[in-house]
Design a binder for this molecule. Structure first.
Ligand code: SF4
Ligand code: MG
Length: 318
């Protein structure tokens, strides 16, 4: 099997009092076995909604998948997600405190997953959980099982969440900004943990972040999203060595020290992500693009293939 998850032309629509908003709007990508795919973009680009669509967790109303296909191991994902969520596919969110129940001991919360999904006995679930935490380098797991979430730091709570997401040994994990609330040292440890999951447990990971430098440390391939669309898609080294889309170029320039002229051009990209109820016509990036041409204002750029990179920008038309 060369493709684990296959997403084609995914459109999620939200019906708001002000109008309809579409993000993601026609997004296609795939995830291979044992791969870490990074998804990068500013907030409002549709990254998290894409993740929620895969998980079958779009709040309805106001949201709904209005078109597209989602295949997981060749099967229609939407038809089976209730059965496989938490088992084959799991998710780690940004804020571990929102995901952990503050009034329940950590051990009970962790083992609930096993007892519920795999119908193991409590003793067996305890053993398996402690064993996994040891593998994940969580110190003194026996004691931890008897504690409440508030007794631990943010970094440790996030590790606990990752352990929880790993308990059923999922094939595929989605991590949505899992290190955003953490300081840099803890972030590095958590990133290492994800790499370990891929190596030891052969888990494929969709790693969502607004931070391109995080993606450079962890992802094999990168999707860059802007205003509900994928604007560039390539191998990680290639994105950094030769970014093609003006938006990606801007993102890379805004990483401190990323380019030789980085210090001079510590430019973040001027302007904001457009409102998506009335997105700009043509290329959605055109109001912010320094290289805008006439065609950009009227026609949506298709994906052009340039030496292994897929880029949605008129600059790359033959
Ligand atoms: Fe800029 Fe045009 Fe490319 Fe959009 S299509 S990124 S406006 S050059
Ligand atoms: Mg988000």
């Amino acid at each position: 099997l060369t493709t684990l998850l296959d997403v084609k032309d995914l459109v999620v629509e939200f019906r708001m009092p002000e109008g309809r908003l579409r993000a993601p709007d026609g997004v296609s990508f795939h995830v291979k076995p044992r791969e870490i795919l990074g998804v990068v973009g500013e907030s409002g680009s549709g990254k998290s909604v894409t993740a929620l669509a895969i998980m079958g967790l779009i709040p309805h109303p106001p949201g709904k998948i209005v078109s597209g296909t989602l295949l997981f191991q060749g099967q229609d994902l939407q038809a089976q997600i209730q059965k496989i969520r938490g088992k084959e596919i799991s998710m780690v969110f940004q804020n571990p405190l929102n995901s952990l129940n503050p009034s329940l001991k950590i051990g009970l919360q962790l083992t609930e997953v096993l007892v519920e999904h795999l119908h193991t006995s409590q003793t067996e679930a305890d053993e398996r959980t402690i064993d996994l935490m040891k593998k994940l380098g969580i110190p003194e797991p026996q004691a931890l099982m008897r504690c409440y979430p508030f007794e631990y730091s943010g970094g440790m709570r996030q590790r606990i969440m990752i352990a929880m997401a790993m308990l059923c040994n999922p094939t595929f994990m989605i991590a949505d900004e899992p290190t955003t609330a953490l300081d840099v040292t803890i972030q590095a440890q958590i990133l290492h943990l994800f790499q370990q999951l891929r190596e030891e447990f052969r888990t494929s990971i969709l790693y969502i972040t607004h931070d391109l430098s995080v993606v450079s440390q962890i992802a094999d391939r990168v999707l860059v999203m802007y205003a509900g669309k994928i604007v560039e898609h390539a191998q990680t080294e290639r994105i950094f060595a030769n970014p093609l889309h003006p938006y990606t170029q801007g993102l890379i320039r805004s990483i401190p020290g990323a380019t030789s002229e980085g210090a001079k051009r510590l430019s973040s990209i001027p302007g904001n992500v457009p409102g998506l109820i009335h997105p700009p016509p043509g290329c959605r990036f055109h109001p912010r693009c320094a290289e805008v041409m006439d065609v950009c204002r009227h026609e949506i750029p298709p994906d052009f293939q340039v030496e292994g990179t897929s880029v949605a920008c008129w600059l790359y038309k033959e």
